[in-house]
Design a binder for this molecule. Sequence first.
Ligand SMILES: C[S@@+](CC[C@H](N)C(=O)[O-])C[C@H]1O[C@@H](n2cnc3c(N)ncnc32)[C@H](O)[C@@H]1O
Length: 283
Amino acid sequence: MSAFTSVGDLKLSSKDFDRFRKLAYDYCGLAIDTGKESLVASRLTKIMRSLNITSFSDYYDYVVRDSSSDALVAMIDGLTTNYTNFFREPKHFEFLTATIFPALASRSEFTLWSAACSSGEEPYSLAFAAQEFYGNGGPRVSLLATDISTKVLARAQDGTYNEKCFTQVPTEMLRKYLQRGIGPASGNYRVKQFIRETITFRRLNLIKPFENFVGSYPLILCRNAMIYFDIPTQQDLVDRFHERLEPGGYLFVGHAESLNNLKHKFEYVQPAVYKKAGSLKKR
Ligand SMILES: C[S@@+](CC[C@H](N)C(=O)[O-])C[C@H]1O[C@@H](n2cnc3c(N)ncnc32)[C@H](O)[C@@H]1O
């Protein structure tokens, strides 16, 4: 293979490729395999054009010199996908309403953790599902929603989405939980405040020890994020999730992911659903 990967006039040397992938791995566990040079080059080129930077080594220097880490976060955003959707992977929501919500029904309150929440569709779907299940008389349900990317978190916090995002959301739910935009906002919907205020959005890097605001939960969702991590990083993360689950609590991973290659203490329940030993306390 050539020592350079070209995108237009820009050439990514194998040395630059190695430097970028080390940066991504050290910062957020992103494992980029050899063979992904073209992908990395084309994604970074998009960012570089917007910054008028004309060489990969200048861009590398720009990223590492930025003490705010914003440039690094933008680089990671460019290299990963933030794709998500309302009620993505519906089997998880079926399991939630058939098994987890009934088990927690006698509590006065509980919190669920969406650990790679992207632009918010996942935690909002959980909040809608809880409201549908319990109505106004059940437990007070809150959510912690975290992601490494400040860009997606800002979108999540605002809670405004184009109408095309709601194909999986029944019309009745749209009416109850979303406010239709008018005038310049027409074509968009914003999640109503009484739902938005049940969710705390925080920036959190999953490969670092969990920060103090992370507690213990009956359900943690980490869907479609571990796929970017290598096995040692996944192993460490799954062990830490195990510690942060209540006895009998559940871990949801993406349906394209599994814990098969890891040593873990979870019981397998069904594809992409794992359980910590014990039973959830009624409280
Ligand atoms: C493909 S999205 C998945 C969103 C949602 N969980 C779903 O399944 O629809 C993956 C998310 O993981 C986040 N992510 C990647 N590495 C991360 C890390 N080290 N710590 C926290 N979040 C990370 C990305 O920023 C991205 O928003």
